[in-house]
Design a protein around this ligand. Structure first.
Ligand SMILES: C[S@@+](CC[C@H](N)C(=O)[O-])C[C@H]1O[C@@H](n2cnc3c(N)ncnc32)[C@H](O)[C@@H]1O
Length: 437
């Protein structure tokens, strides 16, 4: 038992995960999912908090570490650099007594088989405690450290949102709330709220969306009443608004072109279970997650793994009444949920993503019936992926007109609607709806 404990402490595992995300450009969700299974259950929550916290504040913690390390550690010791950041995060942002935070972090060097680093970690963390005030003042002078965002992204937010950019970044650095979507085929939202209260889960309805419930504190999905039976799903309220904009009528044929993991496919089917819906995703592994979700919710969709923009590879020639393009995007509206976006994204990605989005729009538009609706959405906060994309499309397609939903899903833009991070409790999201006339 002792050796298991030694190999897998929360702090050592967090250091390994963080080093992989920062140095190998791997997704935090993916690395963490496999690493957590190797940890004893009681250590998992701390490991997860450390990973998310350190990645969220990475640029700030890294700037601090430069003031307490005499020289950067070698690349082969990136786990020790990450462990130091874990120590700093505990001292600054967690309610762990400082002496425990320091001694447990020092001990984790041994778990990482780097006994030599014990003295270094101890000295650096104590150095930080001594010089905390000065160091904290200094890092406020560096923009990327102050806002914990890379310079290129700060520049983009400033260009696009000259008045809102500080609020956007502040919201991006918050911990996200857990939001549920009740299954209208199973149980009315108020009944589900009562069920939550009965088992002591504090929650309230979200007025902006008809099936949304906000939990006071995140919890394990398996604690949620009826989760396995499909009574409820986890989905941010901003994403829940998409099904309303599609305004689906009985019997209409629907295409969900970028569907995995199937949050919106399932929501659409919960409101219209008998409609014919084709759900595509380019990634076959992610397509499996749609199947798992439709199975849990006992819903039926026709699933294909295909590049939606390569129409000849999957289309049967029958047009659609509704098309949803929930496009691959920068994710700059959901950084609070995926803080590794700040580390993994590069400026050139935005250009590539905008080209993919345009290809999807151009190639899927002809598949829409006359009078049909195409809804284009992203979880991006950048204009290039959103309103600029739509403005260009409308200029080049006189047969397309913007359709304005009765209830605007977010603040109005020249075309479509943009919710910025921090506008309210929901994720940053862009919505536009076009009619084929
Ligand atoms: C924003 S996510 C979709 C989220 C999903 N609509 C939901 O609500 O759960 C974008 C998805 O598009 C997929 N994708 C990217 N390029 C694609 C393409 N050319 N054709 C089909 N799917 C694509 C990605 O694999 C990813 O799963």
């Amino acid at each position: 038992m002792a050796s298991i404990k030694l190999k897998h402490s929360a702090r050592a595992t967090a250091a390994r995960v963080i080093a992989k995300v920062l140095n190998q450009q791997l997704s935090l969700n993916a690395v963490l999912a496999t690493s957590l299974t190797q940890l004893p259950e009681k250590e998992r929550s701390l490991c997860q908090q450390l990973c998310y916290g350190v990645i969220r504040w990475h640029l700030q913690l890294q700037a601090i570490s430069q003031h307490i390390l005499t020289k950067p550690l070698k690349a082969k010791d990136s786990d020790i650099t990450a462990l130091l950041l874990c120590g700093l995060y505990q001292l600054r942002d967690m309610r762990i007594p400082a002496h425990a935070a320091i001694s447990e972090t020092v001990n984790a060097s041994k778990t990482l088989n780097k006994q030599w680093a014990k003295g270094l970690i101890n000295a650096c963390l104590r150095n930080y405690q001594r010089k905390q005030h000065d160091i904290e003042e200094k890092i406020q002078q560096q923009q990327s450290a102050k806002y914990a965002h890379p310079d290129w992204l700060i520049k983009r937010f400033k260009q696009d949102w000259p008045d809102q950019w500080p609020a956007i970044m502040e919201a991006n650095n918050q911990q996200p709330p857990m939001i549920l979507r009740t299954n209208q085929q199973h149980t009315p939202r108020n009944n589900y709220l009562d069920q939550l209260k009965q088992i002591g889960i504090e929650a309230e309805v979200i007025s902006a969306c008809s099936e949304g419930i906000l939990l006071a504190k995140p919890c394990d999905v398996f604690q949620l009443p009826g989760f396995e039976n499909g009574d409820v799903s986890v989905q941010d309220g901003a994403a829940q608004l998409v099904a309303d904009i599609l305004d689906i009528k009985t019997g209409q044929r629907i295409l969900d072109a970028c569907a995995a993991p199937g949050g919106k496919t399932c929501h659409i089917l919960e409101s219209q279970p008998d409609n014919d819906i084709v759900a595509l995703d380019i990634d076959p592994k992610r397509l499996l997650s749609i199947k798992q979700n439709t199975d849990r919710l006992k819903l039926n969709a026709t699933l294909f793994s295909a590049d939606a923009s390569d129409v000849a590879s999957w289309w049967d020639g029958q047009k659609f009444d509704r098309i949803l393009i929930d496009a691959p995007c920068s994710g700059t509206g959901v950084i609070r949920r995926h803080p590794d976006i700040k580390t993994l994204r590069r400026p050139e990605d935005i250009v590539n993503l905008a080209a993919q989005q345009q290809r999807l729009l151009e190639n899927l538009w002809p598949l829409l019936n006359t009078n049909g609706l195409l809804v284009y959405t992203t979880c991006s906060a950048l204009k290039q992926e959103n309103e600029q994309q739509m403005i260009t499309f409308l200029q080049q397609h006189p047969e397309a007109i913007e359709h304005k939903p009765e209830t605007p899903p977010a603040p109005r833009r020249p075309v479509g609607y943009q919710r910025l991070p921090g506008d309210d409790i929901l994720d940053g999201f862009y919505y536009a709806c076009l009619r084929y006339r």
